[in-house]
Design a protein around this ligand. Structure first.
Ligand code: FDA
Length: 304
């Protein structure tokens, strides 16, 4: 009951524009620095370098919420392109994750397509890959349509499928052969479109993972759930699926011991490394997912 209340409070906070705006001026507070890798590209690259040294590969995500003007979307586009350049120049092992709302999806679809195309083109030039994060349900169809357009010209782009959505199995069949990140889903969705029961989400999640692996497609399994990870490991062994066909992914600052353990066992582990001063929404979604994460916030309150 308490966790449901706290989940709703954190989800509300994550969508609150005024709170996000104030938090931007604070700098990383409330323990956020444990899960966000600094405010600048330089700080993010330094973090990636440290993770690479431990055998972890990364995906960088420049945080940005509530983009409502063309100027902001163009700025974010340039910033993402600069991040790709910094990755290439520094030689770190990281690709890039982007959110389409940051690149103008709420302003105009064609405008957004033009922006993401520039980012994917910049990635192509630097021999890199762009993952389009999946946002809430209201953006899902448009995101898949934009991916379809991009895929006509580029093979270095993929997206994310959320297991809590009823539509996901069909989407995965349509996206057969495409590199996908599979997740349970981070937003609060209505019962008309999404499973509400955790057990059902977990079941669908494992089914989707099996489906994508069995049809030979590259699969990124993004979860901190040790039970799912154990089941995936047993499944790939049983079906002799090559370790070149999948990777695990976790968020920066979460289950770091398990991240390293999987590397030691010979699996590819990619860490999602968010950075930037627009950290509040991302952090609130993480607190909503797992009330135990509030311990971060409490520790953060008492540190400088
Ligand atoms: P879940 O939260 O269901 O936890 C399952 C169990 O695992 C828990 O009961 C606990 O036992 C254990 N556990 C989990 N976290 C733990 C921790 N920190 N410490 C100890 N035990 C822990 N979502 C989205 O909608 N769109 C997106 O684009 C992405 N992208 C993305 C990228 C990456 C790399 C990750 C890891 C996740 C996402 N997500 C996402 C978020 C995803 O949808 C989901 O909300 C979170 O990962 C939480 O679900 P989990 O599968 O991690 O486990």
């Amino acid at each position: 009951m308490l966790s449901k209340v706290s989940r709703n409070v954190f989800m509300f906070a994550s969508k609150n524009k005024a709170m996000n705006k104030v938090a931007k001026k604070w700098g990383l507070k409330l323990g956020a620095s444990q899960v966000v890798a600094g405010s600048t590209i330089e700080a993010a690259i330094a973090t990636v370098l440290e993770l690479n040294k431990k055998g972890l590969v990364c995906t960088l995500d420049h945080l940005g919420e509530f983009v409502s003007s063309r100027e902001e979307a163009l700025e974010a586009t340039e910033y993402n392109m600069r991040t790709l350049e910094a990755i290439a120049e520094s030689g770190v092992d990281s690709n890039l994750s982007v959110k389409l709302t940051q690149l103008g999806l709420d302003i105009d679809d064609t405008f957004c397509l033009g922006n993401v195309l520039r980012v994917v083109e910049a990635a192509k030039r630097t021999n890199n890959f762009v993952r389009i994060d999946m946002e809430d349900y209201s953006h899902c169809q448009k995101t898949l349509e934009i991916l379809r357009e991009l895929s006509k010209f580029y093979d270095n782009v993929g997206t994310v499928i959320q297991a809590y959505l009823f539509r996901s199995q069909q989407d995965m069949i349509d996206l057969r052969g495409k590199p996908l990140r599979l997740v349970k889903g981070a937003y609060k969705e209505l019962p008309e479109v999404a499973f509400q029961d955790k057990k059902e989400v977990d079941e669908n999640y494992f089914n989707l993972i099996k489906l994508h692996l069995l049809n030979g497609s590259y699969t990124a399994i993004a979860t901190h759930d040790h039970e799912i990870i154990s089941k995936v490991i047993a499944f790939v062994k049983e079906h002799e699926i090559s370790s070149n066909q999948f990777e695990f992914q976790m968020l920066y600052g979460f289950r770091t011991d398990m991240q390293l353990q999987l590397v030691q066992e010979g699996y590819k582990m990619r860490v999602y490394v968010p950075f930037g001063d627009d950290w509040f929404g991302y952090y609130m979604r993480r607190l909503a997912e797992r009330p135990q994460n509030v311990a971060f916030a409490f520790r953060g309150l008492f540190s400088k």
